[in-house]
Design a protein around this ligand. Sequence first.
Ligand SMILES: [Ca+2]
Length: 466
Amino acid sequence: MKLKTFVSVTTAMSLVASLVWTATPVRAGQDGDNGDRGVGDARGHDQDQDQDHDGGHHGRKPRVVMISLDGAKPDFIQKFIEEGVLPRDGGLARLSRRGAVALQNVTASPSLTAVSHIAIATGSTAVHNDIPSNTFEPIVGPISGSISGFAAPIGGYSENPLGPSPHPTAVPLWVQLRQQGKKVVTATWPGGDGADISINKTVVQPAQPTRITDFTVPFGAFGGIGAQGFSLSRGDFTADPSIVTALQAAGHFSFSPMLVTSAPIETFSCSAAATATCTNASTLDVKYSIRVAAIDTTNDRKVNYDTLVFFDANRGITAGPFHAPSTGPAYVKFGGENAPFFFEGSGAKVGAAYFVSALSPDLSVVRFARYGANYIPRNTPVLADVDDINNNIGFWRPQADFRIPERLSPGFTSFSDVEIETMFEDMVKTFVRYQANIGERAIKTHPDADLVMVYIEQPDGSEHHC
Ligand SMILES: [Ca+2]
């Protein structure tokens, strides 16, 4: 599975590199004009100061943009730059040449995501910040229970009486900076989630002030429906003039007779309430019934279906345009990327995506996946930020899901290893792009931030499981 890690790393690097340089276009331009100027050059810094001295905040860039590429060891990055896998003039290569590099780091132990990122955020180890693992057992909790390191009180809590600590033993950097009038933005950074943290149903750390910044985007959560593989063949499809009409009205034509699954490939339901998500069962109030149309987009006098359209038969096919988080039907070309599919009407703003991994020109073999459903937790104190992302970047995209390559999710037993591999790369690519877009959005909407902290889950998301 080495290749997966490899691809994940490179994908993450290229996209995040573009994010870095979007954040500092002035420096990027200078770099292009003058070439590398080495570690000691401070011209970029001077320029930032000049802008401040002019008294104008117009055009001011965030002072510090911190991007964590989870699990990306520096030697990986150097190796890939040297091999040309990462562009030699790309953002990471330039930062590597011009920036400062630590020869040796002392990693937090255990070197897990929650532990490391809370350590970075607080400047303390688990002894003080009380986050010893990604999952652990709080001593006041039941012996059978556990707590997520991402949803545990930073700096401890009071055991008796159970509640917030009157004297936390560690505090995130953003708390102190904001107390001093600085502006801090966190894009999916662990601990920056706007969540009230409870143990035994008692709040032990209210969101305010510890877990809130000036723009707080919580990391996504499971939307209640796991990934699933589907295998169909020609016999599952039939002609359906009403669907042809609807698709044509939406601007989609087929050069071979358009065919549609006669039965739904899956049904599920979601809650219209923002406090609940979705389920494979039909028990919730907003129902979905997914059918699939096959289209041949090539005018080559050959019957060679190449695109599948996934739509909710309960709502029908509408032309759009669609504004995020809405997507309308998912149009997925074989050989192309997954297409996101928003569960229209879900109160928690849940969505998934479809990906076609095998498609015979005559539909004798049709295999595709519906990735797992996710959403951004609608934590009340940061709801405006959550909706800013939902409405401008889109609902939380499917993450690289180890349950597919390990075939733990249903329906994938007949899929080839190559299909599964392609699928995993597809998930990594689109999810890293989504997280990078969130980071970019955070910077664009807060150009006067003093500190922007962006967390990117890859390549760690692949390394754990592949
Ligand atoms: Ca054709």
